[in-house]
Design a protein around this ligand. Structure first.
Ligand SMILES: [Cu+2]
Length: 285
C-alpha cells in the first residue's frame, strides 16, 4: 500500500516533467497481478524505452531461463543498472502487461561495467585501425579514406534478434539502397566488425556476409572484419562499444558510426533505434 502511494507520488512528479514518463507503463498493479522474483545478469540497457535485457535464471512457475527484455519503469534505477550487473527484481505480470519493480543490484558487474563510456565526438579523427577482412586480408582505416565509412559491430552467433541480426539486416537494407544509387554507392564503404574473433574467423565472416549481402558481389562495398583481440578492442573502445564474453555469448552494447572521407567521425548512433533511412540521409549530406 505504502509502495503504491509512493509510486503514485513519484509518477505525478514525473508527469509534470514529461507525459511519456508514466504513460509507457502502468505505475500500479491491479488486483489480478502476479508477482515473480527475477534474478539474472543485465545484457543491455535501453533507457529511452525503459527496457532492460536480462539473461535471467528460471522464474519458477512462469518461464525458464532465457535472455529477454523487460520493462523497467523506475527511471532512477537506470543510473545503477549497467550491462554486466547482476540484478534481482520483482516481475509484475498484469493483464496484458508486465514490468519490473524494486530492482536491486546484487553485484555491479565486471570492471568496466560502471565505467563512463567515452565515445568520439563528430570531428574527432579515427586512428588508423588495422583489422583482417572476410578474405583474410589486412585492412586499415586509411584504405577507406576518400569515402564515407559506415561501420557497425556484430558477432555472428548473436542470439538477440534486436541486436546483431537487426544491425545486419539494417545494413542489408542500406546495401540494397546503395545498389540502386550508384552515385552515392561510390562514395560509401560499409564495414561490420566482429567482436568475437575467436569464433568469427574470416571464413565464418564470409559466409555470414554473403548471406546478408545477398551474394558475394556486394562484399566489395560491404566488408566484414575482425582482428586480434587487441585490434578489435582498440576499435571498439574508440567508438564507445563495451563487450565481454559470458558463457557462449558476448555481452555487448551497440555502436554504429560514420567516418568521413577525411577520417574524422561524422556521426555515432547508439543502440538499435536508428533506422536505415536516417543513416542513408546522413550519408547523403
Ligand atoms: Cu549481438
Amino acid at each position: 500500500m505504502m509502495r503504491s502511494t509512493l509510486a503514485a507520488v513519484f509518477c505525478a512528479a514525473l508527469l509534470a516533467v514529461s507525459f511519456s514518463g508514466c504513460g509507457s507503463g502502468p505505475p500500479q498493479a491491479s488486483s489480478e497481478a502476479k508477482r515473480y522474483e527475477v534474478k539474472g545478469k543485465v545484457v543491455s540497457v535501453d533507457r529511452p524505452n525503459k527496457k532492460v535485457t536480462i539473461d535471467h535464471q528460471d522464474i519458477p512457475g512462469y518461464m525458464e531461463a532465457m535472455t529477454m527484455p523487460f520493462t523497467l519503469i523506475d527511471d532512477w534505477a537506470f543510473d545503477a543498472i549497467v550491462p554486466g550487473a547482476d540484478i534481482q527484481a520483482t516481475l509484475i505480470v498484469d493483464t496484458g502487461r508486465s514490468w519490473l519493480e524494486n530492482p536491486v543490484v546484487v553485484s555491479p558487474g565486471p570492471a568496466g561495467g560502471n565505467e563512463v563510456v567515452v565515445e568520439p565526438k563528430p570531428g574527432d579523427e579515427a586512428p588508423d585501425f588495422t583489422l583482417t577482412n572476410q578474405d583474410g586480408n589486412k585492412v586499415s582505416f586509411h584504405n577507406w579514406r576518400g569515402r564515407k565509412l559506415l561501420l557497425t559491430f556484430i558477432y555472428t552467433r548473436c542470439p538477440l534478434p534486436d541486436y546483431c541480426p537487426l544491425m545486419s539486416s539494417n545494413f542489408a537494407e542500406i546495401n540494397r539502397a546503395l545498389q540502386q544509387n550508384p552515385e552515392l554507392s561510390e562514395k560509401v564503404q560499409m564495414l561490420s566488425i566482429s567482436v568475437d574473433p575467436e569464433h568469427d574467423t574470416p571464413k565464418v565472416l564470409r559466409e555470414y556476409a554473403v548471406k546478408y549481402a545477398g551474394g558475394a558481389s556486394a562484399l566489395k562495398r560491404w566488408e566484414y572484419a575482425t582482428g586480434t583481440p587487441d585490434e578489435v578492442k582498440a576499435v571498439a573502445q574508440f567508438f564507445g562499444l563495451s563487450y565481454w564474453p559470458e558463457k557462449d555469448q558476448i555481452i555487448h552494447s551497440l555502436r554504429t558510426a560514420i567516418v568521413g572521407p577525411d577520417g574524422r567521425v561524422v556521426a555515432v548512433y547508439r543502440g538499435n533505434e536508428w533506422k536505415p533511412a536516417e543513416v542513408l540521409a546522413d550519408l547523403q549530406k
